[in-house]
Design a protein around this ligand. Structure first.
Ligand SMILES: [Zn+2]
Length: 177
């Protein structure tokens, strides 16, 4: 009876050129199911209202409305209407083009709406974005903005954006043009 000789382990040297890569370009279209909570949140935007859902345990009002609390991992319960006015938590101004996104420059911000416990992301419109230093001051954290709604809703996040909430009671605002 003859037996097949077993392969012996061999020592393979590390490639001397360092890590290797294989480059690919993927172009995928994907259809996301929005689910009940996001669908109702978007319907609210179409009606000019911003809704959040409260966590049944920590009571935080999650905006945009979510099905589950990311902190307690519990299903959310009550729906609450929050203010369309709030403060900038963070922002960025994009000067490079990205496929599928608007022509740069454009500004994005996370805004904590009054009555909400999590920030809503969105575009900030109505700004002159040519001077990045000036924009950084205009969109400073804590700046008040309000939600503006599209006249003709399309049932997506394009239905709203943020605009500066200019305080007419403050004489320094607008005094220098
Ligand atoms: Zn919670």
């Amino acid at each position: 009876m003859t037996s097949t000789p077993r392969s012996q382990a061999v020592v393979i040297p590390e490639p001397s050129t360092g890590p290797r890569f294989y480059e690919q370009t993927w172009d995928l279209s994907y259809r996301h199911a929005l689910g009940n909570t996001t669908s109702r949140f978007l319907a609210g935007l179409a009606a000019g209202r911003v809704y959040g859902r409260a966590c049944s345990q920590c009571r935080r009002v999650l905006v945009p409305a979510r099905s589950f609390c990311d902190r307690c991992h519990r299903a959310t319960g009550d729906w609450l209407q929050v203010s369309t006015s709030g403060v900038i938590e963070m922002f960025t101004v994009v000067y490079e083009p990205f496929r599928g996104l608007p022509e740069p420059p454009y500004a994005l911000a996370y805004v904590m709406l009054d009555g909400a416990d999590t920030a809503l992301p969105g575009y900030v419109r109505g700004l002159d974005l040519t001077d990045v230093e000036a924009v950084t001051k205009t969109l400073a954290i804590g700046t008040r903005v309000r939600v503006a709604f599209a006249e003709n809703s399309v049932g997506s996040v394009a239905d709203y954006w943020f605009e500066l909430e200019t305080d007419s009671a403050d004489p320094s605002v607008g005094a220098n043009g």
